[in-house]
Design a protein around this ligand. Structure first.
Ligand code: GDP
Length: 383
């Protein structure tokens, strides 16, 4: 039997076929003795984390280590894709740890967001997955906003391990780099090592901070298919995923009008009072308003010129659709079964990965059409 050659840092079998998977090394390094995978090499020599993604079973095996040695868990979520940030089955691994939810990418949120309301909603969504939440912190790892609150927690953790957990693309590596960069004493650079006896262990970073030695563990990012980010090409993502602070876009909508958010979301306003509808989506996402009676024609004939995203190559993934009834009925009138009930105070329709649509709470009867794999939901208005 040929022994598998593994990375000395994380224990992942070395491979040179997929840069995003564990154990990647350039082809020239395969077969050499004492090799670190590219990621461990960069962590050790440049103090830089590169994201790495794994499949669900490998993931579960790795995070099981948190249960064996509980500690502080920093659960990183993307403020624009909370649904896509929830790690499946995380609860069973963190029940004996302290979990702080770190809500990332807040630099993209519009001004005037009610953070307390947002924190309550996030806590509720995470606790629905039975993960106990001890606190919710808002940060921008990239812009280093709010990082002090995280550092203030981590630097005291000299007795138990600190784990950084999150789905791929939530900004976990950016956060780790920010934490490690800010906490470490530059004269005593941190080391990365794997725990003896385990393969595919979590990368461990030891930092000597002001109050002692901190053990920080990185976990791989899990990818899952029900996310916009996994369904679009790079060019489409540039248009659809928010890149800069959102500017609210207000539409005064009349009954029998439709709004298209690219070719991804369609909102039909069938009956109700004329009302403002505010979109909080990427500034570059094309939005088109039309008469309900023309909407099917636009959908069928104008994907490329008016709706623009998804592009022809990405479109097949968006063809299978589902419709959800949306209703804010007048007092005393019943709402239809299975519909999303808009509150009289207004509601946000959250579209994971894209942003949200704020409805005023005036009488509204209509339909929302989204790709079948995307799960929109309602929450109290944030702005
Ligand atoms: P990981 O897969 O969870 O390790 O995520 P990364 O750290 O690689 O980040 C994923 C993407 O999110 C990258 O394109 C980052 O530039 C972006 N990102 C990370 N943090 C922030 C942030 O605070 N604000 C914004 N706007 N983007 C961020």
């Amino acid at each position: 039997m040929v022994a598998e050659i593994v990375c000395l840092g994380c224990g992942a079998p070395l491979q040179s076929t997929d840069e995003d998977k564990p154990g990647y090394v350039p082809e020239s390094a395969v077969g050499k003795p004492d090799v670190l995978c590219r990621r461990c090499f960069r962590i050790r020599h440049y103090g830089e984390f590169l994201p790495v993604t794994v499949d669900e079973s490998t993931y579960q095996a790795q995070v099981a280590q948190i249960f064996e040695r509980p500690g502080l868990v920093l659960y990183v979520v993307d403020v624009f894709d909370l649904a896509g940030s929830l790690v499946p089955n995380l609860a069973r691994f963190v029940l004996n740890s302290e979990v702080v939810v770190v809500v990332n990418k807040v630099d993209l949120l519009p001004e005037r967001v009610q953070y307390t309301r947002l924190a309550d909603w996030i806590r509720e969504q995470v606790e629905r997955t039975r993960v106990p939440v001890s606190d919710v912190l808002f940060v921008s790892a990239e812009k280093q906003l709010g990082i002090e609150q995280v550092l203030g927690l981590v630097e005291w953790e000299t007795e138990r391990p600190v784990y950084v957990v999150g789905m791929a693309n939530t900004g976990k590596s950016t956060l780790l780099n920010a934490i490690a960069g800010r906490l470490s004493d530059k004269k005593a650079p941190y080391t990365v090592s794997r725990r003896p006896g385990t393969t595919l262990a979590l990368s461990r970073l030891e930092i000597t901070g002001r109050h002692g030695r901190i053990e920080l563990y990185d976990t791989p990012g899990l990818v899952h298919e029900a996310r916009v980010i996994e369904r679009l090409c790079v060019d489409c993502l540039r248009i659809v995923v928010p890149q800069s602070r959102l500017r609210p876009r207000v539409y005064q909508l009349n009954p029998e009008q439709t709004l298209f958010l690219g070719g991804i979301v369609r909102l039909d306003f069938e009956r109700g009072d004329r009302q403002p509808i505010v979109l909080y989506v990427a500034n570059d996402l094309p939005v088109h308003r039309t008469k309900l009676s023309r909407a099917d024609e636009i959908w069928e004939r104008h994907q490329d010129d008016i709706l623009q995203v998804p592009c022809a190559a990405c479109r097949p993934d968006f063809a299978n659709r589902r419709s959800i009834r949306l209703q804010r009925v007048r007092r005393g009138e019943p709402s239809a079964r299975g519909s999303l009930a808009i509150s009289g105070r207004g509601s946000d329709i959250v579209i994971p990965g894209l942003g949200w649509i704020a409805l005023s709470g005036r009488p509204f009867d209509g339909e929302l059409s989204v790709p079948a794999w995307l799960g929109p939901s309602l929450r109290p208005r944030l702005v």
